[in-house]
Write a protein that binds this ligand. Structure first.
Ligand code: DX5
Ligand code: ZN
Length: 221
């Protein structure tokens, strides 16, 4: 597969200079922007609202923005993030009472829709809705914070998800979020992922372009 996406998580960016830092990471070869939205309820941390997404668009960022909603409930924020310029809206299935309705709300808002699974969340949430999805994301850490250690059992879950995607016959991206860096990106790709979220590994490095280049080299292109 030569269709790999690298999506830096702005949770680890220079938040006092977000526009320039996001511009820099895209100029360094990143494909998407990953925006972690935390509500101090679904996860014990608090980050960005729709106005941050809008601010990046107003600044001139045109790359796809993947909004990762770590909020509960989710529906209230979907139209707001769509209006603010989100490309993908990705949420946790157990954080909404009516999964199909929330998925449909994202689609009707004009965005691509993703579901994201915590390390302990079963994949069977996919059973009746996979045909509607554009992306499936697996958390390889528990959500809420950057710079945590990759949970090794995620690799098996990535392979199981890849098999479900193949069986669905749909073109669905398979993203992995948490603890990804130059050291393990090849292994994560080998398990079946095609989209790599990385916060601290990229924004914590001295040279974004070199880090992204090394990641792509590890991926074999
Ligand atoms: C964690 C977030 C991740 C986080 C990844 O809840 O969803 O996107 O920013 O950070 P790293 O790559 O540092 O593990
Ligand atoms: Zn995330």
């Amino acid at each position: 597969m030569n269709n790999y996406i690298i999506a830096p998580s702005i949770l680890s960016a220079d938040l006092a200079n977000l526009g320039t830092d996001v511009e820099a990471v895209l100029a360094a070869g990143a494909d998407w922007v990953h925006m972690d939205v935390m509500d101090n309820h679904y996860v014990p941390n608090l980050t960005f609202g729709p106005i941050m997404c809008e601010a990046l668009r107003d600044y001139g960022i045109t790359a796809p923005i993947d909004v990762h909603l770590m909020v509960e409930p989710v529906d209230r924020l979907i139209p707001d993030f769509a209006k603010a310029g989100a490309t993908y809206i990705t949420f946790h299935p157990e954080a909404t009472k009516h999964l199909d309705r929330s998925i449909q709300l994202v689609i009707d808002s004009g965005c691509k829709v993703g579901l994201v699974f915590n390390p302990g969340t079963p994949l069977n949430y996919l059973d009746h809705v996979i045909h509607k999805l554009d992306s499936i994301m697996l958390m390889s850490v528990n959500p809420g914070f950057s710079a945590q250690k990759f949970i090794a059992s995620s690799l098996e879950k990535i392979s199981a998800t890849r098999a479900r995607i193949a069986a669905s016959g749909r073109d669905i991206r398979l993203a992995v979020d948490g603890g990804i860096g130059i050291h393990n990106i090849a292994e994560v790709a080998k398990a079946g992922a095609d989209t790599f979220i990385a916060g601290s590994a990229i924004f914590g490095s001295e040279d974004y372009a070199l880090t992204i280049k090394k990641m792509r080299e590890a991926l074999g292109h």
